[in-house]
Design a protein around this ligand. Structure first.
Ligand SMILES: [Zn+2]
Length: 421
């Protein structure tokens, strides 16, 4: 059950809570889960009794996505990271496949309910209540995407509306007809919906939507994107972060300082991506505590984050990732010696209201990236102003090319705005 008191536990009590959960999970996993049994056996950890405290936890090896991909290739179709016999599992989903082979993931009845509980934290922090009508413009297929959000909304008691099997026009019509008050989708798609509404002569901000919740991209954590979303919908926009293989772990509160990590359901670490040593600014490493049938322990998420100090005005004691997920480590561009995340480019481009969509073209020159930015601008004469803002914000002179409005692709799921040529 959701318990608000968990979100305000003192540091020591939170650690105790996490350890109890982790120890109970380890007892189930060892020796039944072949993946973790084989991974930990060389360290002499073959039963939960071998894990006595946080020092032992810190000795556990990281889990990497490539290991999971290799394991599923060697043991198709589900791999060996399974704690129970197959008949215990009730759902199968997979990653979106944006970066390579999709990873399949199984859930038990209990872990599916856990997903919904985690989404309860996300939706409550955004202010969603049982009185809301929550719309999910999402194709409900194998990709886990917003499936769990749908379950979380229903568990909260809100009227939960599926928007699969519809095009954008039909979705807008559903939203109007059903009096939708909460919209849950990627930031890109929310902007696209608002743009489509405008083209049909409907102001999205005039609809009764009061809250929007976004995942799949860093967008809603970027102030310029959030401002754009809030203006377009006349609503408050909230960021959320989750992963198919990990769960729904991060959420924004009313203070909007970044993403809180749900430390009652996850153990979070930040490490130097090169050395694995603890860091304040680096790669997010997570352990989930409620997905016992298909757990992930010390998982290198590939997400770059920065911890911020001090408590949050909302009273939550959970860790805060400043600015949310700053980018994927493997998305980082190195342009003339300067490290640039696509999100940093987006944070500047989105300040220009005339630009509805943009694309980052990357050309590889030896080991160096060179970047050209395509922006949809009705007036090409405005391009130099964008270039100047990028130069001021990033310290880099990038080529900016104006392209006609609506000439670049739109996205329902994760946007692919970085195109390698
Ligand atoms: Zn907060």
């Amino acid at each position: 059950m959701y318990d608000r008191a968990l979100e305000t536990l003192s540091g020591e009590r939170l650690r105790d809570h996490q350890w109890r959960r982790f120890a109970a999970m380890a007892k189930e996993i060892l020796p039944a889960n072949a993946f973790y049994h084989d991974k930990w056996a060389p360290l002499g950890m073959t039963s939960a009794r071998d894990l006595r405290g946080w020092d032992d936890f810190a000795r556990l090896p990281f889990t990497r996505k490539q290991e999971l991909v290799d394991d599923q290739a060697a043991h198709p179709p589900f791999g060996t990271n399974l704690t129970y016999p197959l008949e215990r599992y009730v759902r199968v989903h997979q990653t979106s496949g944006t970066s390579g082979t999709p990873l399949r993931w199984l859930d038990t009845q209990a872990s599916w309910e856990w997903w919904a509980r985690c989404w309860g934290f996300v939706l409550r922090a955004a202010g969603v209540t049982a009185a809301d009508r929550v719309f999910f413009p999402f194709s409900f297929g194998l990709f886990v995407g917003f499936w769990a959000g749908f379950e979380g909304s229903r568990a909260l008691g809100a009227l939960t509306i599926p928007g699969g099997g519809q095009d954008t026009a039909a979705r807008l019509a559903s939203m109007e007809a059903l009096g939708v008050t909460v919209l849950v989708c990627t930031p890109s798609y929310a902007l696209h919906l608002a743009e489509a509404a405008r083209e049909r002569g409907v102001a999205a901000a005039k609809l009764p939507v009061r809250i929007t919740v976004h995942a799949g991209e860093p967008g809603a954590g970027i102030p310029a994107v959030r401002a754009r979303l809030e203006e377009a919908w006349g609503a408050r926009a909230f960021d959320h972060a989750g992963m198919t293989e990990m769960g729904a772990f991060g959420y924004a509160c009313d203070d909007q300082a970044g993403l809180h990590v749900n430390e009652s359901e996850f153990i979070a670490e930040v490490v130097d991506p090169a050395t694995g040593a603890p860091a304040r600014d680096g790669e997010l490493v997570l352990t989930n505590l409620g997905r016992v049938g298909s757990p992930l322990i010390r998982y290198r998420t590939g997400d770059r984050v920065r911890l911020i100090d001090g408590g949050c005005g909302c009273g939550r004691t959970f860790l805060t990732l400043g600015g949310g997920i700053l980018g994927r480590l493997d998305d980082m561009l190195i342009v003339r010696g300067v490290n640039v995340f696509p999100a940093a480019i987006e944070s500047i481009v989105r300040r220009f209201h005339a630009i509805d969509e943009f694309q980052i073209e990357v050309f590889r020159d030896g080991h160096l990236d060179e970047v050209r930015l395509l922006v949809e601008l009705p007036d090409a004469a405005a391009a130099p102003a964008v270039q100047e803002a990028l130069r001021a914000g990033l310290g880099l002179r990038l080529e900016v090319v104006a392209v006609p409005p609506r000439s670049l692709p739109r996205y329902e799921l994760k946007a692919r705005r970085v195109v390698r040529r």
